[in-house]
Design a protein around this ligand. Structure first.
Ligand code: IPE
Ligand code: IPE
Ligand code: MG
Length: 248
């Protein structure tokens, strides 16, 4: 498509010096997208993978250093078992299929969340992907899987409490930096821009701590339709904002 070709490089109305360093996305609306086409919800998840692939490549093309995506929340286990099973199998299949190419493109892959509750074979694939790409210097791609912002804070508290109990840490020593260090995202910058598709204006337990001063953008399109021009619109909105961080 012509528009896609035109968007291969950074659109000229975007200032390359003021791009977000880290973009996070809540990939929402796959089920509705499919149902509107009289297809099963899981068809939407499958199409959503193509959207994600192009967004990751777009980050590389346009010079965005880090992309974090919400793939599965701690609450999503409450969905029908066949949808959960489909998603777990899809994550593994896609990771297996795309790993070599992502590694080739210098993507550094990370997974965040309570990973030890995921199916064992998926854990193995995740471990392989993180190890293989650990020293890559391209886009930092983070996938939040079995991730919940509250669960993340709870497990950080637990680790700190254990340190205190063992006499290795004083309660007064606990500060924001130390809590940050015990989050799954300890090695990442906070997101500058958080995009949610499907028109919903909520965080649904995503990056609660990290989004304290993140700019939020809600796109009305369903995730499978979130293409480069929709991303362009989100970045334009971001560049028109003034980030104040509580200052005058
Ligand atoms: C987001 O799309 C994907 C996941 C949560 C895995 P949904 O599956 O939530 O689709 P909708 O929001 O029901 O349309
Ligand atoms: C958030 O979407 C989780 C992911 C996109 C992985 P949900 O569809 O689960 O969120 P709610 O239920 O609409 O809040
Ligand atoms: Mg949803």
């Amino acid at each position: 498509m012509t528009s896609q070709i035109l968007l291969r490089s950074l659109p000229t109305d975007l200032d390359p010096a003021r791009l977000p360093r880290h973009v996070a996305t809540i990939m929402d609306g796959n089920g509705r997208w499919a149902r509107r086409r009289h297809m099963p919800r899981v068809y939407g998840h499958q199409k959503g993978v193509d959207t994600l692939k192009d967004l990751l490549r777009c980050c590389k093309d346009w010079g965005i250093a880090a992309l974090t995506v919400y793939a599965f929340s701690t609450e999503n286990w409450g969905r029908p078992q066949d949808e959960v099973d489909f998603l777990m199998a899809l994550f593994e299949k896609v990771l297996d299929r795309e790993l070599a190419e992502m590694a080739e493109e210098q993507v550094r892959i990370r997974f965040v969340g309570a990973l030890h509750h995921l199916p064992k074979s998926l854990q193995g694939t995740i471990h392989e992907a993180m190890t293989l790409t650990a020293n890559n210097t391209g886009v930092q791609f983070t996938v939040a899987t079995n991730y919940g912002g509250r669960e993340e804070i709870v497990q950080a508290c637990r680790k700190l409490a254990q340190e205190v109990k063992a006499g290795r840490l004083q309660p007064e020593e606990i500060d924001e930096a130390l809590i940050n260090k015990h989050l799954y995202t300890s090695e990442m910058h906070d997101p500058d821009l958080l995009i949610r598709t499907s028109g919903e204006s909520r965080l649904s337990n995503f990056l609660l701590w990290q989004s304290a001063y993140t700019e939020i953008y809600v796109a009305d399109v369903m995730w499978p339709d979130f293409d480069r021009s929709a991303f362009h619109a989100a970045l334009l909105s971001y560049q028109n904002r003034q980030r104040r961080y509580g200052k005058a």
